[in-house]
Design a protein around this ligand. Sequence first.
Ligand code: SF4
Ligand code: SF4
Length: 489
Amino acid sequence: MQTNFTAQQLADPAIAQSEQILRKCVHCGFCTATCPTFVTLGDELDSPRGRIYLIKDMLENDKPANDRVVRHLDRCLSCLSCMTTCPSGVDYMHLIDHARAHIEKTYRRPFGDRWLRKLLAWVVPRPSLFRVSLLGAKLAAPFAGLMPERLRGMVKMGARPLPPPSWVDRPQVIPAQGPRKGRVAILTGCAQQVLETEINEATVRLLTRLGVEIVVAKGAGCCGSLVHHMGREAQSHAQAMANIAAWHGELAEAGGEGLDAIIITASGCGTTVKDYGTMLAQDSQWAAKAAKIAALACDITEYLARIDLPADLISPVHTTDAVGVDHHLANEQASMPKTAPSPAPVSVLEGAVRGVASPSGGKTTAASAPVVSRKWRVAYHSACSMQHGQKIVHPPRDLLRKAGFEVLEIAEGHLCCGSAGVYNLLQPEISARLRDRKQANIRTIKPDIVATGNIGCMIQLETDGLKVIHTVQLLDWATGGPCPQKLAQ
Ligand code: SF4
Ligand code: SF4
């Protein structure tokens, strides 16, 4: 694509980067076919190519964002499906990042939109505040029907059972079981540690069982992804810097004990942490540290594939419960959605205590292995941030198969489920259409459960009776941890 930026404009590194990205686009339009918003709405301006033209015009002519540009760019999910499809290697991710920051600087949103965004940017990255908000939302649930649609999403989220805070999310060093074979930091996240404490608990159990010491670094928190996608550059950079400072202190060069990796269990966060080097490339104080931290960032499944899950740790698949029911056969006879049988109940806390070197000193033993059959048909939902953002395709599927699960592919797997951070709250109609489409595709293959590696997708898809479990919970279960609570109910 030909561009016409002036030398003065190109002196701005952000413009220079966007110009390079724009020049790669050859207008072929291949990306339109795999763009969820184009597929849903059918408007060229809601396709990657259309958005690229809007961004080019805005930046090249140094225009403030207007209603039309904002409408179509706001509808972009940042799913990055277009980047997987594009034969020319157009880096759409950094182009839309730049455009969103430009919108934030030059456009005054309508009152309601402005305050909803401020509220989400303030509340969601702070776990304590988010927890209180969800409890408040629970009280507001009876009045949900009277609320604007965008607030209803938050109220629905509050209606979910909220687990109590977990000890694994507090700053600490959690020792490996047996000889230490590795040392990692873990991003405990923000919304995830409020909505699903089992994910980090399962991660801690699994890694320590594999001989890995875990650092939950003091000062690390939200990865910055949520506000980054809102164009709130200063806030996202501040959150990134806090994490970099916390983790960098653990590196050998900073006098720490060293880290083999920074483990991330929400692929949306993983995509952002892996991008810290680019986000802070122009900041002379932070650029080098940011690049180092980004290089260490690793999805939990990438790390497990790297260290190789020992086959002898995997407990037998086909077992029966305390009353002798063969659940595989029972499940084959039941229709979707299927619920797990009733094993001897295993609570989250029991699992946490016995699965790791916890404050009570418990350890995983053969006796703690689940008694529920794991012979499940698992539909694997690859989050966009996993498959498009981080290009992680095989490790989660391979690990699930190795753990004894039957892995099923979902049709139109490249299309977003409509979660996309807080997109489901900001664009509820498009989000609901994408969710319904994804759920229909899942139902077609009649799985017992759905596995995924991103908390946003879990919350989005678990409606309609689907049981959506994080991949790491299934892997922990297969190697001696407790049955995920959703399956044990
Ligand atoms: S990121 Fe996703 S929604 Fe946005 S233009 Fe690309 S494919 Fe479409
Ligand atoms: S596929 Fe790539 S090159 Fe073709 S229009 Fe889309 S972004 Fe441009």
